[in-house]
Write a protein that binds this ligand. Structure first.
Ligand SMILES: NC(=O)C1=CN([C@@H]2O[C@H](COP(=O)(O)OP(=O)(O)OC[C@H]3O[C@@H](n4cnc5c(N)ncnc54)[C@H](O)[C@@H]3O)[C@@H](O)[C@H]2O)C=CC1
Ligand SMILES: O=C(O)[C@@H]1CCC=N1
Length: 266
């Protein structure tokens, strides 16, 4: 059994991804701040609604509960479910930005199996990049069960906790950077007369293709860029202008701002 406390952008994306991967809807339980929101989500997806977070943890038992509420709400939720989770031996997975295992553990019983995860919103289409960090109390079998959940919604790696802030910027936040980039590509194309919907589809497919090429190629991204830029050609004219406008430096600054914000949350 797996439970999702919170069915918002990320809890919803994960639950949808797990269901799309073929999980039995009867084995997926959801709760939300507003019980009606959980019922609506359950009705739409086939998952089981719980009327409270403790009811959800009771239903999940020694399975996995993903806490998918905003970071400021995590402590209250953990304290609310603590007793039931301790009795059941539930594996608690937090996906909250910035909250370290040691901070999370303060709200749970000593030895409670606890996992820190950082997925991204592409989990809904089973294309997340997720980092996992396990507390010492998570058994190898429980680790495998958690990995299975995140494998169902994309790629995953196990990462030392000290790298979570940079990972969060690079994989958790960067979909928003990329959506902003695709939107800017669209705007430029619309300015030249292309219909918006067509421009978005073209730009998104081009971004997906480029990302897949990076993953499949032995070449670095810079070397791949050279394969597109003919001397004196159209591409290099565009790249030079992007760099004049500070494109690369802007990306580095954006990533650093996300890293700093994440470190300040803990
Ligand atoms: N949105 C994203 O792309 C990502 C978000 N995260 C993390 O995921 C967590 C959730 O973020 P979002 O989904 O964006 O937020 P959201 O605002 O879309 O969803 C929050 C959900 O939590 C529920 N909730 C709030 N208080 C609750 C309570 N006491 N009991 C039960 N449910 C409660 C709400 O009903 C809602 O379903 C955050 O901690 C965030 O750091 C991590 C990676 C990516
Ligand atoms: O910005 C946020 O709240 C979350 C954390 C990682 C991605 N989105």
């Amino acid at each position: 059994m797996i439970g999702f406390i919170g069915t918002g952008h990320m809890g919803g994306a994960l639950a949808r991804g797990v269901l799309a991967a073929g999980a039995d809807p009867a084995s997926v339980v959801v709760s939300a701040k507003d019980a009606q929101a959980a019922r609506d989500f359950a009705e739409e997806t086939g998952a089981r609604p719980a009327t409270s977070n403790t009811e959800l943890v009771t239903a999940v038992g020694d399975g996995i509960v993903v806490v998918a509420v905003k970071p400021y709400a995590v402590a209250d939720v953990l304290e609310e479910i603590n007793d039931v989770a301790r009795e059941s031996g539930t594996v608690i997975v937090s996906i909250a930005a910035g909250l370290e295992l040691a901070t999370l553990a303060r709200h749970l019983a000593p030895g409670q199996p606890l996992v820190r995860a950082m997925p991204n919103v592409a989990a809904s289409v089973r294309a997340s990049m997720t980092a996992l960090c396990f507390s010492n109390s998570v058994t190898p079998a429980q680790q495998d069960a958690v990995r299975e959940v995140f494998a169902a919604v994309g790629a995953h790696i196990t990462l030392e906790e000290k790298h979570f802030s940079v990972f969060s910027a690079l994989a958790g936040c960067s979909p928003a950077f990329t959506f902003t980039y695709i939107d800017a590509l669209k705007r430029a194309a619309v300015a030249d007369g292309l219909p918006a919907a067509q421009a978005v589809r073209i730009a998104a497919q081009a971004v997906e293709g480029a990302a897949r090429l990076v993953l499949a190629s032995e070449l670095s991204p810079a070397d791949l860029a050279d394969t597109v830029q003919s001397p004196g050609g159209t591409t290099v004219a565009g790249v030079v202008e992007l760099e004049r406008a500070g494109f690369g430096a802007a990306v580095v600054r954006g990533v650093q701002a996300s890293i700093d914000k994440d470190r300040n949350l803990s």
